[in-house]
Design a protein around this ligand. Structure first.
Ligand code: SF4
Length: 268
């Protein structure tokens, strides 16, 4: 958020891949939840770099390369803060670019309607229960089998690279990149994400707004945000958002990795 007074915090987080120490700037004013999205994505990426450097030292470097877009045919999950941030970004584009992406989303919707997946994705986004693996797995598999390219994929490259969802940033592998073209017949070796930022943001949103945990499939994001537009009018003090977000990071780490006991610290 440019031109806003900010407060600087030093953050320390113990992750399974090592200790992450970084500095973050947070607006002192009241801001919408979308203000915390870039900061949390950065924390997630820095934590992932720790994991990557450990694997690299073991002779298992990341093999994902520019132009490799196999994972851009998977179903991308978004948390509500990411969904609002993404649509805000799209609305800031010139009209022609907005129309182009709207057409791409409409094309994807048409295929999903024909294949009977659209309504299941809408149900998923509106569900008041967090989806379990038994619900998600068949939907993910059916979606991937359709080989539908993400609406943001242009010439095998992400057209919103700096704004791409956290889930996209966390899909990295050490196995040969071409194996991802046929996941059914190859072994894929993913790089574990020490902190998954989309569930953290989902938990944050759920607690801030006293609403169910949501998982929004990317193809329905525009319609979901339109249906839930009023929910995004609240604002919170930047430092309060940071505190609440760090609490959710800690909760994620302590549930996924019980040995990571120290609470993340944010010191101004
Ligand atoms: S948002 Fe970008 S990185 Fe994510 S699936 Fe779409 S094209 Fe790929």
């Amino acid at each position: 958020m440019p031109n806003q007074p900010i407060e600087r915090f030093e953050i320390a987080i113990n992750t399974p891949a090592g200790r992450l120490s970084t500095v973050v700037d947070v607006p002192t004013s009241f801001v919408p939840v979308t203000a915390i999205v870039p900061l949390l994505r950065r924390l997630g990426e820095e934590a992932q770099l720790l994991e990557e450097s450990q694997l690299s030292a073991q002779g298992k470097p990341r093999s994902c390369t520019k132009g490799c877009s196999a994972c851009c045919h998977m179903l991308v999950p978004l948390s509500p803060p990411e969904a609002y941030a993404l649509m805000n970004r799209i609305r800031s584009w010139p009209a022609e670019k907005q129309e182009h992406i709207a057409t791409r989303f409409t094309q994807v919707k048409s295929v999903l309607l024909v294949k009977g997946l659209w309504h299941r994705l809408v149900e998923l986004g509106e569900s008041s229960q967090p989806p379990d693996d038994e619900t998600l797995e068949p939907i993910n598999q059916e979606f991937y089998a359709l080989r539908i390219a993400c609406p943001f994929l242009e010439e095998d490259m992400c057209s919103i690279y700096d704004e791409r969802p956290a889930a996209c940033r966390e899909l990295l592998v050490t196995s040969p990149a071409d194996h991802c073209q046929n996941m059914a017949s190859h072994t894929i070796l993913p790089i574990p994400a020490p902190v998954r930022i989309s569930p953290v943001l989902g938990l944050l949103w759920s607690e801030l707004t006293d609403s169910p945990l949501r998982l929004i499939p990317l193809p329905i994001v525009s319609e979901w945000v339109e249906r839930h537009r009023d929910d995004n009018e609240q604002t919170w003090q930047g430092s309060r958002l940071l505190d609440a977000a760090l609490d959710k990071v800690w909760r994620y780490l302590s549930q996924s990795f019980p040995q990571a006991e120290d609470k993340p610290r944010g010191e101004g």
